[in-house]
Design a binder for this molecule. Structure first.
Ligand code: ATP
Ligand code: MG
Length: 397
């Protein structure tokens, strides 16, 4: 990839990164209204488009290489734009390699296990990008702000002492390090919304009939815990931004800018992995050549044996037309080898599809729900954009 784009992205996201080991006070250190040098939405569109293109390109390679996985963690307060950001940044990727999992209040089954259990269950596999819409960080956010959640977890006495949060930060860091060491890149995004912009977004949900369905009185009530959440966010950023899984604080008062930032951070992670399409081995190449001979022999009268012959790259060891000169016996042998290779490839594909299908069954319903919601939000955002793009600027500081 062009080093220049890579450098631009790295520079762009640097101010958003929480330096591991630094002490963070969210309100003081990160401005929710920040929008870099982009003054207007239209100036940032090109950057966003490039980010999405990069993601498309790199995701295809990630899936083909099947060695690394990516976990994108999205945390935010209500109305910060989690769903819209997810829909937007993933707009160019192949849905087969990406899934979204939303974490709500834990079920009875989930609460019956250790607190990381349900997050482990939904981790992405190799070659996949998994997005956590809320995540294991709820365990040091909502659970901390509302201690009754901790009581519900039925922890033994020794696990719920005063150092419970310190222990959780340690657990989370260790867990993420284990994942990182085993090929899973963790991208952590905190959508940072200002209190005033949240108030405006709630009012919009109340005043505009189209938005009513999004309003929840519980969300408005949660707002009364604003300073507790700010404190919990600050401590979480301080304790869990690590070299192997740093946090990025995404300014969320301008939705369009938040989307640019999120896609740039994810694109940067993929660039760092730098996945490659697997190379075809000499043996596999031989099998390809054998199949080619077989297919060419099946050409009907008058048709070109291989219309792509001029575009194909000949194998280094064997000139491409060599098999055509071989006798009947050799062709038969080659055809047999090709048949065997094809059968093996088909069996492997079937098994892979079976495993993927099983993996997705649990998350499918949630995913559908998110998509429906995203569509509704997309229509709203389009209307806002048509109105001049000024809506996003209301909360600017
Ligand atoms: P949206 O409102 O856009 O649909 P959401 O993520 O806010 O998305 P809700 O169903 O409204 O979804 O809320 C989920 C709730 O579950 C949040 O209030 C969140 O704090 C809570 N939650 C998530 N994880 C936990 C947890 N481990 N313990 C207790 N509550 C949790
Ligand atoms: Mg909600």
């Amino acid at each position: 990839m062009a080093d220049d784009t890579q450098r631009r992205i790295a520079e762009f996201i640097e101010p958003l990164r929480v330096t591991p080991g630094s002490k963070v006070t969210l309100a003081k250190d990160f401005d929710p209204g920040y929008k870099a040098d982009f003054v207007k939405k239209k100036d940032g569109l090109e950057f966003l488009q490039r980010g999405v293109e990069l993601m498309t390109e790199y995701q295809a390679r990630l899936a083909a290489q099947d060695t690394y996985g990516v976990l994108v963690v999205i945390q935010a307060l209500d109305a910060a734009g989690k769903d819209g950001t997810i829909r937007h940044v993933m707009s160019g990727v192949n849905p087969q390699g990406v899934f979204v999992h939303s974490f709500k209040v834990p079920s009875a089954e989930e609460i019956n296990h250790d607190y990381l259990w349900r997050y482990t269950r939904d981790l992405p596999g190799r070659g996949e990008i998994g997005i956590f819409n809320r995540s294991h960080y709820e365990e040091v956010l909502v659970v901390r702000v509302h201690p009754e959640n901790l009581t519900r977890q039925r922890l033994p006495k020794e696990a719920r002492g005063r150092d419970v949060w310190k222990r959780r930060y340690r657990d989370i860091n260790d867990w993420e390090r284990h994942l990182a060491d085993n090929g899973f890149k963790i991208v952590k995004l905190l959508l940072n919304l200002s209190q005033e912009e949240q108030r405006i977004r709630f009012l919009r949900r109340i005043d505009l009939p189209d938005h009513n369905w999004k309003f929840s009185a519980a969300d408005a009530h949660e707002r009364t815990y604003w300073s507790d959440y700010q404190k919990a966010f600050s401590e979480m950023l301080t304790a869990t931004s690590t070299e192997w899984a740093p946090w990025y604080v995404i300014p969320a008062d301008h939705k369009w800018f938040a989307r640019i930032c999120a896609s740039a951070v994810i694109a940067n992670a993929l660039i760092e992995i730098d996945p490659h399409f697997p190379r075809v081995t000499a043996e596999a190449h031989k099998a390809l050549e054998a199949t080619k001979v077989e297919l060419e022999a099946q050409a009907p009268k008058g048709a070109a044996p291989d219309p792509f012959a001029s575009a194909a790259v000949p194998a280094a060891a064997e000139p491409r037309d060599a098999p055509q000169k071989t006798g009947k016996k050799t062709r038969k042998k080659a055809a047999k080898a090709a048949k065997k290779a094809k059968k093996a490839a088909e069996a492997e594909k079937k098994e892979r599809e079976r495993v993927e299908q099983a993996d997705r069954l649990a998350g499918r319903e949630t995913e559908k729900e998110t998509l429906r919601e995203d569509e509704r939000e997309a229509r709203t955002v389009e209307r806002e954009t048509e109105a001049g793009g000024e809506v996003a600027g209301k909360g600017a500081h």
